[in-house]
Design a protein. Structure first.
Lengths: 505, 322
């Protein structure tokens, strides 16, 4: 084995996050690439082993269901971080804040006057067929008028270097604990790189989350009772639920730990008796939240929780019904919604989308199924999608029938050429596709965005699937302060990519 | 921050299951030794051991013959028997999994390892040659887990509920081990068993690792009345019924709203203190009935704890008007 040789690294037609060209690291990545190239092969292997040991001893796991039992798997992690220059990140951050503000105004409007429909911005049909619109939430005023307190938006970079928003997760986005743990592992493994002070810290998230949750308390006390509500150990994100509860110093509760009395107040059952609960960060889907209001057969939820919420006796994050904006068809309207509610031009780009409910779009989609990704409006985790170029003729024909039967439920996008980033295999960096999930907290009059986010990487060569249960891994994400553009232009080989690096429309 | 009822219940049962695994291993061990020492094999003996663990019905559904091999399998390795050693360890592990954030990580790891090792050994078979080693490893594994809790878990509610579970289970299992001697096990009328009586009591002592302590504190040769008095009423022997219940009482006193449970444990302690040990020794039937009564008393104690701290409905009723 030999040392890392960046001359040998080639990402072909894809935009690479660290390398402008073979042997040419981008400005923000130069220090990292130099350090990695300076390691003897044995030292690089040692760092990798150190990361594996850290993950095992820190107990960072995710849960998969396999052969009838639940298994905790070690978190798949690559030690080479993904790097974004701080100036680009500040623009992205502004775009995310703008986007989430508009989405919250939109949700609040849908549950009140529905001006957006009356004004003809959103077709009534989109709302009529929304499976995540909750009539139970109409007329409710959650604290600060915010519905999606915690949002996880998925960003991808195309081959033009532009960061696109792929989707907004407004229900119960997960992954933030891994973002934080990835940083803890990387600090142990590559400590020499952090001494430069140019890598911005990420550990402000948990205090920000706690402050936001505490600020939602209906009771004005110094010490509101905040809890994290989990579906339990069999949930794939249980590790994260336990992690966040522990880090915030609050109780991790299950539905059976809570009860709503006739006074419409939520209590938790403790060995001292009943204790009032003020704020619930719930990690249970709307459907299972309250068998009185939603699915009667839910044993995960808390009967009467909606009563208590409606009465203003408890705050829920995220608010039930927030998922109405978490719809692939609504997604296509977000740029319009930003213009409508904020009277601003969107700072972040949407992926071009074709709505099958529009006749012209539908015709285009049906004619170009072999080039498009078609998504159902309300599935997450990649379920029910058609990857046109990879599908068989039969699959495409069957899918075409589904689209014709229910056009409102489908939208299509071109296959994106997702960016790559160097990932270690047998001591050699190879390009692998990545996405990025930043988390946005919307509290009382202020919005917080994580510094970077969770970078997920498709570990299988050529694969675009970043889910940890399907061969995906993750890496630390560094937002790095760099000098200004003029020094960058002075770097040979970088000037021609300078344009592509700006992440705006 | 008050502890959630669910978490308290999980920890309580976790400790009970670990104690149950250990004491079942002790119970099987004492029976095993008795069988080796006695002049003739008693055909009823093994089924009596199943009786003592309360598993007769399950056993009858799963096996035809109460022979050595089947009973060993049933008590040690059969996960279809909720009272088997492997079941108890599996349950302890499952309970810990949901409360991992409350208990030091090493405790979880030790439980996990013990369970895995026990599974491997059980798969390899529990013939006469292997059995002793298997049982000893279960006992020392459980001791190690408890040692970790003892040495690493802060004094507080979590530890209190674990102590409660452990002590109640221990009192219960000590009475069950005494029951091994209570007549069902040996044909009561046979005069030819008399010479072996002290041997049997010695086995009981040894199974509770109490033989040396007995010699130090009682300073008499092994006699039925003294052994029974020692195991029921000694204040200092860790596995005596009196000591186990005293530790449970102390744990309860540190908890809020303990009146009902404390009344229940005090009742059982009084029954033990007032026992007519001489009479019990003379009549195996009376000993058996006495042990039955104690177990009912321990059941009441568990109910009182469960209603006060674990069961939601009762908690609602005790809630002062908001």
């Amino acid at each position: 084995m030999s040392r890392v040789d960046w001359q040998q690294y080639c990402s072909n037609e894809f935009y690479d996050e660290l390398m402008a060209a073979p042997g040419m690291p981008r400005e923000a990545a130069r220090m990292l690439c130099d350090v990695l190239a300076g390691f003897a092969p044995s030292e690089l292997a040692e760092r990798k082993t150190a990361a594996e040991i850290a993950i095992r001893t820190m107990g960072i796991t995710f849960t998969v269901y396999s052969e009838g039992s639940m298994i905790d798997r070690a978190w798949p992690f690559d030690i080479v971080p993904r790097i974004i220059p701080a100036d680009e990140w500040r623009r992205t951050e502004a775009g995310l804040i703008q986007r989430v503000e508009a989405l919250n105004l939109f949700i609040d409007d849908l549950y009140h006057d529905q001006k957006v429909i009356k004004d003809g911005v959103l077709p009534a049909e989109v709302l009529a067929k929304s499976v995540n619109f909750r009539p139970q939430c109409v007329g409710i005023n959650p604290p600060h008028g915010v519905w999606a307190h915690i949002c996880g938006s998925d960003l991808v970079r195309g081959d033009d270097g532009t960061l696109y928003v792929l989707e907004d997760n407004l229900r119960i986005p997960s992954g933030v604990s891994y973002m934080l743990e990835n940083r803890n592992v990387t600090k142990r493994v590559l400590p020499e790189l952090f001494s430069s002070g140019r890598i911005l810290p990420v550990d402000d998230y948990v205090p920000q989350l706690y402050d936001m949750l505490a600020s939602m308390s209906p009771r004005h006390s110094d010490d509101p009772q905040v809890v994290v509500l989990t579906p339990g150990i069999y949930n794939s994100a249980y590790y994260e639920h336990a992690y966040l509860a522990q880090q915030m110093g609050v109780q991790l509760v299950q539905g059976s730990d809570l009860m709503v009395d006739d006074d419409d107040v939520v209590y938790m059952r403790t060995v001292r008796g009943l204790t009032r609960v003020d704020v619930i960060y719930r990690r249970i889907d709307d459907d299972f939240l309250d068998p009185e209001a939603f699915r009667e057969d839910s044993i995960l939820g808390v009967p009467g929780l909606m009563r208590a919420w409606r009465s203003g006796n408890v705050a829920l994050a995220n608010a039930p019904g927030a998922g109405v904006a978490d719809d692939k068809v609504v997604y296509a309207f977000v740029p319009e919604l930003i213009r409508y509610y904020l009277d601003q031009e969107p700072l972040l780009a949407n992926v071009p989308s074709y709505l099958c409910m529009r006749e012209e779009d539908r015709r285009y989609v049906l004619d170009h199924l072999d080039q498009l990704v078609v998504k159902p409006a309300n599935e997450s985790g990649g379920y029910g999608m058609l990857m046109g170029p990879q599908a068989t003729r039969e699959e495409r024909e069957a899918f075409a029938e589904r689209i014709k039967a229910d056009p409102r439920n489908y939208m299509a996008q071109p296959m994106l050429k997702l960016s790559t980033t160097p990932t270690l295999f047998d001591g050699r960096p190879e390009p692998r596709h990545v996405d990025l999930r930043p988390f946005i907290l919307s509290g009382q009059g202020s919005t917080y965005v994580t510094t970077g986010g969770l970078t997920r990487v498709a570990l299988n060569k050529g694969s675009l699937v970043v889910n940890s249960s399907q061969g995906g891994g993750s890496k630390d994400t560094w937002i790095v302060e760099t000098e200004m553009i003029d020094t960058r232009a002075a770097e040979p080989g970088l000037a021609e990519t300078g344009l592509a690096e700006t992440g705006e429309d | 921050m008050p502890m959630l009822s669910r978490v308290a219940e999980n920890l309580y049962w976790m400790a009970r299951y670990v104690e149950r695994a250990e004491d079942t291993a002790r119970l099987v061990n004492v029976t095993n030794h008795l069988m080796l020492d006695l002049p003739q094999r008693q055909p009823l003996m093994w089924s009596a051991v199943v009786d003592i663990t309360g598993g007769s019905e399950d056993f009858a559904n799963l096996y035809d013959q109460p022979n050595d091999r089947n009973v060993m399998q049933f008590l040690c390795a059969d996960q279809r028997n909720p009272g088997s050693i492997l079941s108890a360890l599996a349950q302890a592990r499952e309970n810990l999994r949901t409360t991992r954030d409350v208990v030091p990580r090493e405790v979880w790891e030790a439980t996990n390892q013990l369970y895995m090792a026990a599974c491997t050994q059980a798969e390899a078979g529990l013939g006469q040659g292997r059995r002793e080693l298997f049982l000893k490893e279960i006992i020392s594994g459980c001791q190690m887990m408890r040692g970790l809790v003892e040495g690493t878990l802060s004094y507080g509610t979590a530890r209190t509920f674990m102590v409660l579970g452990r002590q109640i289970e221990r009192a219960d299992m000590t009475t069950r081990i005494l029951d091994v001697r209570s007549g069902n096990l040996l044909s009561r009328s046979s005069e030819d068993m008399r010479p072996f009586e002290h041997l049997q009591w010695m086995s009981v002592l040894k199974s509770l690792t109490a033989y040396q302590m007995y010699r130090q504190h009682v300073r008499l040769r092994v006699r039925a009345t003294d052994v029974l008095t020692f195991l029921l009423q000694d204040r200092n022997l860790p596995r005596s019924v009196t000591r186990s219940l005293w530790d449970a009482s102390k744990a309860l006193m540190s908890l809020p709203r303990h009146e009902r449970a404390l009344a229940a444990v005090t009742q059982v302690r009084a029954d033990v203190a007032e026992a007519d040990v001489g009479g019990l020794v003379r009549s195996p039937e009376r000993l058996h009935d006495f042990i039955n009564d104690l177990q009912i008393g321990l059941g009441d104690l568990h109910d009182a704890i469960s209603r006060t701290y674990f069961t939601p409905l009762e908690t609602v009723m005790q809630m002062p008007a908001a």
